[in-house]
Design a protein around this ligand. Structure first.
Ligand SMILES: NC(=O)c1ccc[n+]([C@@H]2O[C@H](COP(=O)([O-])OP(=O)(O)OC[C@H]3O[C@@H](n4cnc5c(N)ncnc54)[C@H](OP(=O)(O)O)[C@@H]3O)[C@@H](O)[C@H]2O)c1
Length: 324
């Protein structure tokens, strides 16, 4: 019997419980997938806690997974039973052993990339690509700040930015995380739980500041990140792992003619051609060594609550995947 994590009420990690589910036959344009690996993202914690009210309850959370096609509906072209596929899907439903999904959301997993890695990359890898090329086209003239540089997105973002020639200054929550971030291309890593990261960034840039600050931590770092910018600098807020940001006076941006963006991956991959192009670029970056991706940490689907606890307790590095 297929199983899924059904979110019936918002709350702590303990509200994530496994239940048996019925999975329908795929309709026109849809496929049925037997999932093997489900990516865990900080977004899932916002949905579980109720910070984001974007999943109708009761509902199955989760944005990304990998597995095998086991049935196809009418008029599906390009996918057949037996294909190894991965996806991310803004309408949720990935915390499950089987599901039905539109074939237009799928990409084939290349040989040489295993299911757990593919499941860990669809959101985090595409987000890194969005950040270094689409939100801001990084190059050798850039010195950038990456918060939580040892996190799932952080390790990929740091590597890709370094590959493009940028000088990367990271922040991390512990010396062990700092060591990982350095391996991923950060020239310097600031232990921002004990050091004043604004003062250190100023020091490391000769008082000038950075051209881009990538901030996914939110509440605790947002205003400090703005202080780290050079004139004409770009503040990219793409998450809030420490909590939502207090309302901001737009006039603050005039201090250095700053730009502020708040990108969401879903908008950058909303069309089939955009998804295909970005996924192809991501898998090519893995094949040519631009990105070196460690095997993600794994827990069984039944322990989704423990996965959320670890993520929110800042205990993880890199990606975390639920196995089925
Ligand atoms: N906009 C988009 O399209 C998009 C897409 C994907 C992800 N995101 C965002 O990117 C961020 C990273 O996502 P991820 O899944 O890869 O998670 P992650 O970075 O692996 O985990 C979050 C990290 O944030 C840091 N952090 C700082 N303050 C924290 C706090 N109070 N509580 C918990 N963590 C804290 C921790 O690293 P340290 O211990 O090193 O501080 C923690 O490990 C999230 O904010 C997520 O929402 C956005």
């Amino acid at each position: 019997m297929p199983q899924a994590i059904l979110l019936r009420e918002h709350g702590g990690p303990e509200v994530l419980r496994v239940e048996d589910i019925a999975v329908a036959a795929p309709g026109p344009g849809e496929v049925r997938i037997r999932q093997t690996a489900v990516g865990v993202n900080f977004h899932d914690c916002y949905v579980r806690s109720g910070l984001y009210q974007t999943l109708k309850l009761p509902g199955i959370p989760g944005l990304e997974a990998a597995g095998m096609v086991i049935a196809v509906g009418d008029s599906v072209a390009g996918f057949a039973p037996g294909d190894r596929v991965a996806y991310f899907f803004a309408a949720y439903g990935s915390y499950a052993s089987e599901r039905v999904i539109g074939a237009d959301r799928l990409v084939k997993i290349p040989n040489g990339v295993n299911d757990a890695t593919a499941a860990s990359l669809m959101i985090k890898g595409l987000t890194a690509l969005m950040l270094v090329k689409h939100v801001h086209a990084l190059g050798p003239d850039d010195t950038i700040l990456v918060h939580a540089a040892a996190g799932g997105v952080g390790l990929l973002l740091s590597q890709w930015a370094k590959h493009l020639g940028a000088r990367v200054i990271g922040t991390a929550g512990s010396p062990e995380k700092a060591a990982l971030a350095k391996q991923a291309g950060c020239e310097e890593v600031i232990l921002y739980r004990s050091e004043d990261f604004v003062a250190r960034v100023k020091d490391l840039t000769g008082g000038k500041g950075v051209s881009v600050a990538y901030d996914s931590v939110g509440k605790d770092t947002f205003y400090g990140s703005m202080e780290c910018l050079a004139d004409l600098g770009h503040l990219v807020n793409f998450g809030q792992s420490s909590g939502p940001i207090d309302p901001m006076a737009v006039s603050l941006l005039s201090k250095g003619s700053y730009t502020l963006t708040r990108p969401m991956l879903f908008h950058y991959c909303a069309t089939r051609p955009a998804l295909e192009a970005m996924a192809a670029e991501l898998f090519a970056a893995i094949a040519d060594g631009t990105l070196s991706v460690a095997e993600p940490a794994t827990l069984p689907l039944t322990e989704a609550g423990e996965a959320h606890r670890r993520l929110e307790a800042r205990e993880t590095t890199g990606a975390l995947v639920l196995t089925v």
